[in-house]
Design a protein around this ligand. Sequence first.
Ligand SMILES: Cc1ncc(COP(=O)(O)O)c(C=O)c1O
Length: 392
Amino acid sequence: MNSTALIHHRYAPPAGFDAPQAPVYKASTVIFESVAAMRARDWKSKDGYTYGLHGTPTTFTLEAKLATLEGGKHCLLAPSGLASIACVNLALLKQGDEVLIPSNCYGPNLAMAQNELSRYGITYQSYDAMNPADLEAKLSKKTKLVWLEAAGSVTMEFPDLPQLIDICQERRVTTALDNTWGAGLAFNAFDLGVDITIHALTKYPSGSANLLMGSVITKDESLFHQIRRCHMHFGWGVGANDVEAVLVGLHTLSLRYTAQDLAARGLATFLQTRSEIVQVLHPALQGSIGHTNWQKICDNKAAGIFSVIFKSEFTQTQIDTFCESLKLFKLGYSWAGPMSLVVPYNLSAMRLEWPAGVARGHLVRFCIGLENATDLQQDLAQALQTLHARGS
Ligand SMILES: Cc1ncc(COP(=O)(O)O)c(C=O)c1O
């Protein structure tokens, strides 16, 4: 939330040496002074070190910074954003429990419930995040965890997060928010009352599209210990060089987030004027799905990612040709890196139902990088011309 606090959240430098960037400590083995010291150390505590998998000064530094950024207290690193989701699920759910997942969530979250959690006797239901009554109706005694995501993946609807969280709090059900889109900058998840956040550090915190990492953050100590125990038992370690890269990325997180937001909004507004497109899905644009919910909590901040719906009169081949005709936007998954990306999605295959409020047509998602926004707009304009080429 506060970039000054983030930059000045420092590690303790060794005597006689101080630098703005924390050093990298690499270890599996950590050496003890005595057998007594070895026996006295408890891996569950962060007061000291036992083994590389349980934490090093480098991982603890990143964890402390991320907890500060998020307004939480405790943080754990995981090998990817998806591994963070798995860590929360496996720490909190057991046979006979149910997890509720928004219908517009990051797809692999749902796939994990369908294909993996089900093998352990854990059931799931998908709920409509834009309809709090649907969540309320699906909560039962079995519900032990509710996932939240804002904005939703690909279709970018922004839910009424405070209301969804209130409903869960009333029923004393734990909430976990995938806060990758907000990056700890757009809104303060813990002020809204969420119990757990996860992030794909792969996206904005890294910012370079060169690594995979995730985090799990909580405010509650006992919840944290429950998750940390599970994290340890599954052995979800992360590499020190990647941790260092995220630490470097954090210095510019807020600047990149703002720049990518500004460029994305400009391009989304440009695409709104184009006759080939029936709808632009971006929560900061007036009239978009959940725009007023976004306005209420996001302090005019948004991630640099949005989707558009092309008129259904175009063929899928024409849409694919449009995507391939882009020169600066590259075909590739993920977002928040330096290079702009484009993906044509088959929305019908991704969702159980066509999402309410989303126009029928061909969905294409754009992730805006750090290129010059005028160059990106020209690239979009030239690729749009392919849709009008004779015989296309
Ligand atoms: C919203 C969201 N959450 C989680 C993830 C998973 O992150 P990772 O690729 O690091 O597993 C992604 C990746 O695209 C994502 O978009």
